[in-house]
Design a protein around this ligand. Sequence first.
Ligand SMILES: C[C@H](O)[C@@H](O)[C@@H](O)[C@H](O)C(=O)O
Ligand SMILES: [Mg+2]
Length: 437
Amino acid sequence: MLSVIRDLTVKDVRFPTSVEQLGSDAMHTDPDYSAAYVVLETDCNLRGFGLTFTLGKGTEIVVCAVKALAGLVVGKCLREIVSDFRGFYRLLSSDSQMRWLGPEKGVIHLATAAVLNAVWDLWARAEGKPLWKLLVDMDPKQIVSCIDFRYITDALTEEEALEILVKAQEGKQQREHQMLMEGYPAYTTSCAWIGYSDQLLQQLCTDALRSGWTKFKVKVGADLEDDVRRCRLIRETIGPNNTMMIDANQRWDVAEAIEWVSRLAEFKPLWIEEPTSPDDILGHATISKALAPYGIGVATGEQCHNRVMFKQFLQAAALQFVQIDACRLGSVNENLAVLLMAHKFKVPVCPHAGGVGLCELMQHLILFDYICVSVSLSNRMCEFVDHLHEHFTSPVVIQNACYMPPKDPGYSCEMFESSVRRHQFPDGDVWRLDMKK
Ligand SMILES: C[C@H](O)[C@@H](O)[C@@H](O)[C@H](O)C(=O)O
Ligand SMILES: [Mg+2]
């Protein structure tokens, strides 16, 4: 705990996923799953690993932003940071000159998440616990002391947050035990990326059913007739009792979203994800109202850039599923604020994961949510995407379509050095030898 952070390095690591259209959707047709990957060196044997997820081009800009924040971290003692984590979060997110680049949004906020994810990883390693367990074992007061309540006290005060956490202490041990035995329920997005052929969709859904998956997300929004055909195929393959969600990745205007999704209502999706601009809170409220009679909820959050946005979505009843993201929000600190607000507004949290490293990170937060905040699994599940886990030293473990709680100390986002070396952009072997880029 006395360790002093001596150095911060950041690397641009990219995986050529676009070659097979992994991760493709109506707006992001050729993503190369990438990360700005941070390593903190300390004066003892400990290191901290963190990342923020990107889609390829522009990762170099996030890397620059991380470098701009490094001076606020290097030289600090871990104990000094965690004894006033709220203050440290604010130092990073509210530097009086750099805040002009955000505040708390865009590239600078993605960079903040990468740095803070590494600090949380370092803290968990220093305590010898996986991050979820570090959080679960913390006193409610200590959890609350990590959260910046600025701009959200009209929705959730510090006292209310504390009350939620204290109340959830009851039954905590049983829930932790239950998670260790059964894991946290997940859904899969791996079967139905927009660039996949019908044959591949069907094959992947059939395989997934065989492996025990019961909840499937389908990409929509490029072409209505294609969507009708693809949704029918998937509904027929998975049967009437399994769950299907659809995701448009911000493709439509408000009226168009309502019309388009009404046409897909016969396939009984549980939610429509990101129907329109992620910033259009009132638009989402209109869509939510219009689709309620079909029993279709609105889900959003993977590009909801801070707690203040989530606060307004909740206040406006503009979403029915909160999709927190481990890198879009300012790391664990800001995610804690959103988990507590969602609980107060009685809206289930179904996190965004996938990408590269997002599943590894998110499993910790959603375990904490169940054990210490929501105390419910009703209408809740965490996204899973089966790509790129082999590059991590402690990859996620899925059993019976559930995330099994990680056991290794830390936040699970350390990558193998060989993977980092090979995929570093533009000099790693994967990119030097790829003439296409
Ligand atoms: C470009 C990415 O793969 C997105 O399509 C992905 O994050 C997606 O929206 C999801 O919900 O998993
Ligand atoms: Mg999505």
